[in-house]
Write a protein that binds this ligand. Sequence first.
Ligand code: NDP
Ligand code: HSE
Length: 403
Amino acid sequence: MVNVAILGFGTVGSGVAEVLTKNGGLIDQRVDDLVRLKYILDVREFPGSPFKDCFVKDFSIIENDPEVDIVVETIGGATIALDFTTRALKAGKSVVTSNKELVATHGYDLLQLARENKVSYLFEASVGGGIPILRPLTSCLAANELTQITGILNGTTNYILTRMIKAGLTFDQALKEAQDNGYAEKDPTAGVDGHDACRKICILAALAFGQHVYPQQVPTEGIRNVTLEDVAYADSKGYKLKLLGRCMREPEGKICAFVAPHLVSDHNPLAGVEDVFNAIAVTGNAIGDVMFYGRGAGKLPTASAVVADVIDIAKDRKKDRHNAWGPGAPDLVVSPDILSSRWYVRASATVDQARLACGEILPLARAGAPADETAFLTDLMTQPQIRDCLKGMAVSSLFRVLD
Ligand code: NDP
Ligand code: HSE
């Protein structure tokens, strides 16, 4: 018998309980043992829940029960979740989580702790929701030197952008829908301001390049500055506005990582990723380009990834499955300033002024544009170069282009 305890019976935790129950027979067969939900810890009451016999309010009951093999942490955040995860690992229990904030902030230490206690710390659901990405990165692509990763990593913001573009919803209306669907956290600012995508690119970079990348080392811009005007200009030349997390290996072992809105060309498969879907494009020196696609948030898709980790551990509790990475360093991450790209600019200027400032440009059009507004795409240049070109111009929007 393999006993599981869930911490946090919210969107993901309740999905985990549902999948463990609904697919119980199949899971037992695949594990070749009985996988049972023994406890659920939450601060709230759930009267009438089919799991009412499992609820506890005191973590030490789980911590001190030698029958508990696997703890699923779906509380979120990096405070109480850190305490419970640390105590569970020290008590010799493997931990599975969807909590990217905790992994991005404390992943190195928690993986070390898991190793010391001969247990596992797995977090497939922390990036890309239901998409299999972390295990493929470290197993199926293990023969490669990975060189870069580019992803639509936040389901909520992608959903908001898609609903604004396709249904003409306001930002607030689209956000409300995302919350009603269980995609956004209670406080959605981490998604909207890019911090959620930042945490995910940190995890991907650590697994791909072998060293901990901390969120505070990664320049991060969210979607608050994206307007429907920008969306219309982008569309006029076949571009979609997407929030991308990007990381790449640089010379001398450095890593460049950042999160920012981009104009993505319709020729790039990332442009077609809509609604809550995420996609992660990975480049390796043997495979070339490979892309992972699926539902990036939501109760059951995320539970699918969590329960897969539970099954992996339950199948072989003694297996050494440490996907550990090395410690971070203050000078590990370099600024994206070094990276040349084309740029999208919207400014109060004439086309002639824009050309004079930036050289070769591609002007964009939209219906109802004011006479003193110009939007255009530049040739390749770095961020310091474009900022230098635009000195003295009243710029409303400045985004990188991904062709
Ligand atoms: P929810 O807020 O829906 O669930 C968290 C649950 O934990 C709530 O029921 C909350 O109660 C409870 N809780 C809070 N504090 C404690 C505590 N001290 N002890 C026990 N229970 C507690 O969050 P989600 O399920 O959406 O997310 C969980 C984690 O998974 C987060 O890290 C999130 O970022 C991540 N994630 C979420 C996805 C999604 O689609 N929602 C997808 C992938 C990852 P209360 O409501 O009263 O605070
Ligand atoms: N709020 C997150 C998102 C949940 O929308 O992508 C999945 O990590």
